[in-house]
Design a protein around this ligand. Structure first.
Ligand code: ARG
Ligand code: MN
Ligand code: MN
Length: 311
């Protein structure tokens, strides 16, 4: 089994990028996700897996008052989201440039605009494996909600109308380097975008039909046929079934089981190609304390699996 990371320098170092940010969606509390994940012991967990762990506190973001950040079209908090994700891109890109593996803890999924931009700055040929109930590929034209956490992928691909505020996002991701697993709540406009751009997606239907083992293999065959490209794994905890991860802002029934979620992380680790990981959308303000504890615990264990824990 390959386990030595092909792109990560020795001593292998994981850099925790804690992102207490909620501006890409309306529900308060998701900004507390990274704080709970760190308090639950994720750093010690990774150290005991043999990683050197860098963490110098959660990311501090520039504050922009709501008054100075009116909507652009219907996009909410556009300047805030743009500046925060730009600074996350710098942080993630900086760690990647040093041969470290950035582990970004969200926070809402708009942050992935930053994390993936950071990854692509160091590894232009990286592929993205996006695990989610949602495609997060709305454009300014297709979004119904104006919540930017439903849009990061379209910015990374350069789709939709150009918005000056986001001109820093370079459209470096190619549609053939992106694959989804877990989809089950995709807006009509998003379905058209996926079709028009030939983007590969394994919805829950395919997970049921083929089983998770085959789905991960097919996903890798699509984005990484030679098993030689760096992999950015962006994991939205709402990909899991709400019975497994209840404390998240946009839960959708019919999701991945505990094992299916962990299998994905284990299988990506085994490729030896992982260069960056996102764990997003844990919201400790939602549901009862036991649900919060369960969701935080599952978040930590997904991260451990992606970084080499074996059951
Ligand atoms: N990262 C997420 N949880 N995204 C949910 C997006 C939901 C919906 N498609 C929207 O555009 O608002
Ligand atoms: Mn989602
Ligand atoms: Mn998402």
């Amino acid at each position: 089994m390959a386990s030595q990371s092909r792109f990560i320098s020795e001593p292998k170092t994981a850099a925790i990028v804690g992102c207490p940010f909620s501006g890409g969606q309306p529900k308060p509390g998701v900004d507390q996700g990274p704080i709970h994940l760190v308090e639950a012991g994720i750093i010690k967990d990774l150290e005991s897996l043999g990683w050197k762990v860098k963490f110098d506190g959660h990311h501090q973001f520039e504050e922009i008052s709501a008054a100075s950040d009116p909507p652009i079209g219907i996009l909410k908090n556009p300047r805030l989201v743009s500046r925060v994700t730009q600074s996350v891109a710098k942080a993630v890109g900086g760690h990647a440039a040093k041969g470290e593996l950035p582990v970004t803890l969200g926070g809402d999924h708009s942050l992935a605009m930053g994390t993936i931009s950071g990854t692509l700055s160091k590894y232009p040929d990286a592929c993205v494996i996006w695990i989610d109930a949602h495609a997060d590929i709305n454009t300014a034209e297709t979004t119904d909600t104006g919540n930017i956490h439903g849009m990061p992928v379209s910015f990374l691909l350069g789709l939709g109308p150009k918005i000056d505020e986001f001109s820093w996002v370079k459209p470096l991701l190619k549609p053939e380097r992106l694959v989804y697993i877990g989809l089950r709540d995709v807006d009509a406009g998003e379905k058209k975008i996926l079709r028009d751009n030939n983007i590969k997606a394994f919805s829950m239907h395919e997970v049921d039909k083929y089983g998770i083992g085959k789905v991960v293999e097919m996903a890798l065959d699509h984005v990484n046929p030679g098993r030689d490209r760096p992999i950015h794994l962006s994991f939205d905890v709402d990909a899991l079934d709400p019975s497994v991860a209840p404390s998240t802002g946009t839960p959708v029934r019919g999701g991945l089981t505990f094992r299916e979620g962990h299998y994905i992380c284990e299988a990506i680790y085994e490729t030896g190609l992982l260069v960056a990981l996102d764990l997003m959308e844990v919201n400790p303000s939602l549901e009862d304390p036991a649900s919060v504890q369960q969701t935080v615990a599952v978040g930590c264990s997904l991260v451990r699996s992606a970084l080499g824990e074996q059951f």
